[in-house]
Ligand binder design. Sequence first.
Ligand code: ADP
Length: 398
Amino acid sequence: MKILVLNCGSSSLKYQLINMKDESVLAKGICERIGIEGANMKHQPEGKEAYKVTTPMESHKDAVKLVLEALVDKNHGVIANIAEIDAVGHRVVHGGEEFAKSVVICDKVKKALEACSQLAPLHNPANIIGVEACEAQLPNVPQIAVFDTSFHQTMPRKAYLYALPYEYYDKHKIRRYGFHGTSHRYVSQEAAKLLGKPIEELKLITCHLGNGASVCAIKHGESVDTSMGLTPLEGLAMGTRSGDIDPAIIAFVMEKEGLTAQQVTDVLNKKSGVYGVSGVTSDFRDIEAEAADGNDRAQAALDLYYYRVAKYVGEYAAAMNGVDAVIFTAGLGENSKECRAEVCAYLGYLGIVVDHEKNAVRGKVADFSGSGATVRSMTIPTNEELVIARDTKELLDK
Ligand code: ADP
């Protein structure tokens, strides 16, 4: 069985074709600048040379067409015929309260996805366009939606409810949803394997630290709390997102700076986080380099970032009354030994001890707990595409 995994952003489309026989990636790539001048596709077929083309793509429909052509191309293709694609698994950002599991997409599901769009106006519309583009290009091929939010639907009410007038929840579904669910689910399952224990017996805290970042408390295999909320803006400081702030700051800034609500929201999403504090960049590699060069604001951004990750880990250890392992994943969590060491430096009281030699890895699975540790610390590369492909296969097998 071969499954095409699609992740449609507002102007991009990432894809992987996965052979489920051995879960190997046959080809992967990205179309960028869809609908903008300079649209291009980078295609990496397994065992062949990479292929790059710059060509206009008016919509995701054009991008899907281009991807399918690349997959069957004589030179850089990996399958002989489109008919070899058994199903398409779509990453969908917001499933609201409607979807606690991945689903086969039908008209009813599409309507529900549209209803969730108001909760994720930047993401869900692009996801729906991706589904429709595939329906047009691959009629009769099953399409499956895998949601960022569904893993967190197990959160108890005390974790998902905001202390706001209850009618906001009733009327507008304002509550904590959480994101990065496929990633938190995957790394927690891998951590259980590494620990050699059933996940049903474990309390885990997973830290997904990329451009977007979130922490998740996973008790006995279920998400019981997570740092992102109604939208992916809450929680940790991120590349350009503020994370938690005093909500009164919004009205205060609107008045002082003469901004509209939308403009302040833009500042919180795009001009804050380590970018806003450092004034340099949102890329952690550059910030680490600047800080090492003595840039004090870059150092302030890093200090604030690590501190907040550590605070969330403490909060979730309290929420679960204990923790067996803390797991780091995504761009920083997988690649930055400094980040892992700095966060863990706060966590000695929990029983975390870092072995700095074992921690000196990049993009690899490692348990970097030192001797005497009673809580394990690990780094596990995430694989959201594989989770999407596995869910898709499971639904097809049913
Ligand atoms: P996204 O949320 O866009 O999927 P990623 O998970 O790819 O993001 O993470 C991107 C972030 O990871 C960037 O800020 C990048 O600087 C950071 N990163 C990648 N490699 C390293 C590294 N070696 N050291 C520090 N940060 C890194």
